[in-house]
Design a protein. Structure first.
Length: 276
């Protein structure tokens, strides 16, 4: 079964947004965080929406050197993609995710008129109504400084059957084309206890992360660019503590589970980067 390029959800509908029009003034202010796309929402107590969507055309050309989430309480993850479906992913975040700055000389070029999609997973675990505006902010850079474009992909197993108690599942994919990796976003849900990501590059094993998992603090981990070539492998190993009495499967809701090593790379590619 293919490990990538699965989106966090298969998207089949579009919703209204707001904030996908970066201001004209921002284009003259490299180094300033400005909205790229955002969406306002309201949820009743206990309410959850895993695919609250905004689809908008970009009002002008942008060259981005960094991204970060706009994630008030109730935002469980964001997914930014090009087009009308989540198969062309650009950026993802979870609860407590920090900003991601791209390596010098790299960036994300998005042309005027490009359709941008924002998928929000929002969940109200409070006793009252909850409202917010969630989305993605960008830091623009001088276009002349960018020689390589970045993108992202999601290695990790999807066929999850997590029985009650402690359980570990792993998946390995094989690299198809040469790229450099520069950041990792480990992603699980509320039962996640530990996530390990290992890259075997040229016969040398490199552990990118081997740490306890905290759903409330989902950090992006940046590192010096790591070259991978065809035949190299990426292994994602996830451990859960299933405190329920039921078998938990893969899914979008925070009451289901995921196991992804979301990786950022350059140069940008259109191929299937890593397959089982």
């Amino acid at each position: 079964m293919r490990a990538v390029p699965y989106a966090l959800v298969f998207l089949v509908a579009c919703g209204g947004g707001g904030g996908g029009d970066p201001s004209a003034d921002a284009s003259d202010q490299p180094g300033t965080w400005t909205p790229l796309i955002q969406k306002s929402w309201t949820l009743a107590p206990g309410g959850e929406r895993t695919s609250d969507l905004a689809i908008e055309p970009l009002a002008r050309d942008v060259v981005i050197g960094g991204l970060r989430p706009l994630s008030p309480v109730g935002t469980h993850h964001t997914l930014l993609f090009r087009g009308t479906s989540g198969t062309n992913m650009v950026y993802a975040s979870g609860v407590g995710t920090n900003e991601l700055m791209f390596p010098p000389g790299t960036g994300m070029r998005i042309a005027q008129g490009t359709l941008l999609g924002l998928q929000l997973h929002i969940f109200n675990q409070t006793d009252g109504d909850l409202s917010g505006t969630s989305g993605i902010e960008m830091m623009e850079v001088d276009p002349a400084t960018v020689t390589e474009e970045v993108d992202m992909f999601l290695p990790g197993p999807r066929d999850l059957q997590i029985a009650p108690g402690r359980q570990t599942i792993s998946g390995t994919c094989t690299v198809k084309s040469p790229y450099k990796l520069f950041a990792l976003f480990p992603h699980m849900h509320q039962l996640g206890a530990h996530l390990k990501t290992v890259v075997n590059a040229g016969g040398t094993e490199r552990v990118l992360s081997d740490a306890p998992y905290d759903f409330e603090h989902q950090a992006v981990l940046s590192f010096e660019p790591l070259q991978v070539n065809p035949g190299d492998t990426i292994t994602t190993e996830c451990t859960w503590m299933n405190t329920t009495n039921e078998t938990v499967t893969w899914g979008e809701s925070s009451t289901t589970e995921m196991c992804f090593s979301i990786l950022y790379r350059y140069p940008r590619g259109d191929d299937e980067f890593c397959v089982n």
